[in-house]
Write a protein that binds this ligand. Structure first.
Ligand code: FES
Length: 62
């Protein structure tokens, strides 16, 4: 995963920002949103951001 890739253009949130939120304990989209602001604009990124979050959680648990 490219950490500097922007997943949410409205709020300029990158894959790396989501990864950091997961590393800090976020386990639901709401918690990731709380920490990053992801998906608070047009909401078109929500599916993609959710997948990134799930990948990061899986990675941590591997
Ligand atoms: S791209 Fe994330 S809210 Fe618009």
């Amino acid at each position: 995963m490219k950490l500097d890739k922007i997943v949410c253009h409205c709020k300029r949130v990158t894959n790396g920002d989501i990864k950091t939120a997961v590393e800090q304990g976020a386990r639901t989209f709401a918690e990731v949103q709380e920490k990053t602001g992801v998906g608070r604009g047009c909401k078109r990124c929500i599916d993609a951001a959710t997948r990134v979050m799930e990948d990061c959680i899986e990675e941590l648990q591997a």
